[in-house]
Design a binder for this molecule. Sequence first.
Ligand code: ADP
Ligand code: MG
Length: 235
Amino acid sequence: MSIASIIRQARSEGRTLLTEAESKAILAEAGIPTTRTVPAATAEEAVRAAEELGFPVVLKVASRDITHKSDVGGVRLDLRTPDQVREAFHAIMAAVRRASPDAAVQGVTVQEMARPGTEVIIGMTRDPQFGPVLMFGLGGILVELLQDVSFRVVPLTPRDADEMIREIKGFPLLEGYRGSEPADLAALRRVLLNLSAFVEAHPEVKELDLNPMIAYRDGALAVDARMVVDEEPRG
Ligand code: ADP
Ligand code: MG
């Protein structure tokens, strides 16, 4: 589906918050690598999706009312067999019902399990004065605590993107601190520049988050995504 048709569909259902699968489909169109993500309403649909994607897979709760999926027991990683997928589906439904009884749940998404790497977060908000602003930081609890992030106003130059990546305090981690896998800085820069072009071309996108994107020696992959659009089409 095209970017426009995904947004049209969401609006027609009265939604401005796009689902993870919708957000990732749009990001893929915008040149941002993401894990392939398929919605499934039942355990058997989830198994079929897993067989198509190839094991191991990840299951996540799909609900318009839930933004922090792991907080409610809604994320199960590294599922290696059809039985594990079935079990995870039911476990997620039970956990979410307990933690968030009022949430309407559409089912799950099934997605490729990405291998470990360095988690980064990339976001966009629209500032009333400066317009769209991109944010870059490292993922993880420590970084949440330290608020170690950098910002640049869109449109980004290649130099802006490089500076954003290098000016965070945690930058040594991206260079492979103490034997950790170094991150593909050129790939991260490409993601920032593609996002900059995307948000410039799409004023109807009000907010977006890749949280996290996993950076590798070769490339980077968004494993979670969230996007908010305007209510009305712009004339
Ligand atoms: P939340 O809504 O809680 O932010 P996420 O989708 O970000 O849920 O998943 C929580 C964590 O699980 C991520 O921060 C990441 O470490 C891991 N994760 C999520 N999706 C994948 C995936 N497809 N492959 C590998 N790890 C993943
Ligand atoms: Mg997340």
